[in-house]
Design a protein around this ligand. Sequence first.
Ligand SMILES: C[C@H](O)[C@H](O)[C@H]1CNC2=NC(N)=NC(=O)C2=N1
Length: 161
Amino acid sequence: MSNNSSSQPRFSAGADPAALEASLAPLLTSNGGRWALAAEGEALEREFKFKTFAKTWDFMTAVALQCKLKNHHPEWSNVFNTTFIRWTTHHPKGLSAKDVELAAICDSLAKDFGEVVVEQTQTQQQGAEQAQQLQQACGLSGLANRAAGSAGDCCVPKTAT
Ligand SMILES: C[C@H](O)[C@H](O)[C@H]1CNC2=NC(N)=NC(=O)C2=N1
């Protein structure tokens, strides 16, 4: 899964595009939210920062509990006080209601766990986006890509034998 940015979401088969557009819109950076579309519109991703590793891990534990409840997993990585999270649906491929729902849940859990929000000027934001692209190979999204690449067919529905 690459993090090619994209301006248009690509929903997974069976999704309700109108309903999903409505819940997705406020999450996107283009509308004042904090998530970016990636992987040609098939994924939503962002980074979260906390004061300490302990807080970061507590946040990730809370997210993992939600994943268990919803039977949906993220592509994610962590180094020290930062976690990178990407939501995408592997089967059927694309953005689904679960991705959008879990992205919103992450925002709210991050607040509860004391997310450190670094406000950026427009110029800093553009610089950060360029740096993010450069970092892709070795940064947190690169780590998540490597994990996603070797995870195998995690989401193929099981067929009766
Ligand atoms: C077979 C089972 O329903 C699948 O593995 C579920 C579990 N979690 C999942 N998580 C994600 N991100 N995408 C999926 O397609 C998916 N499918």
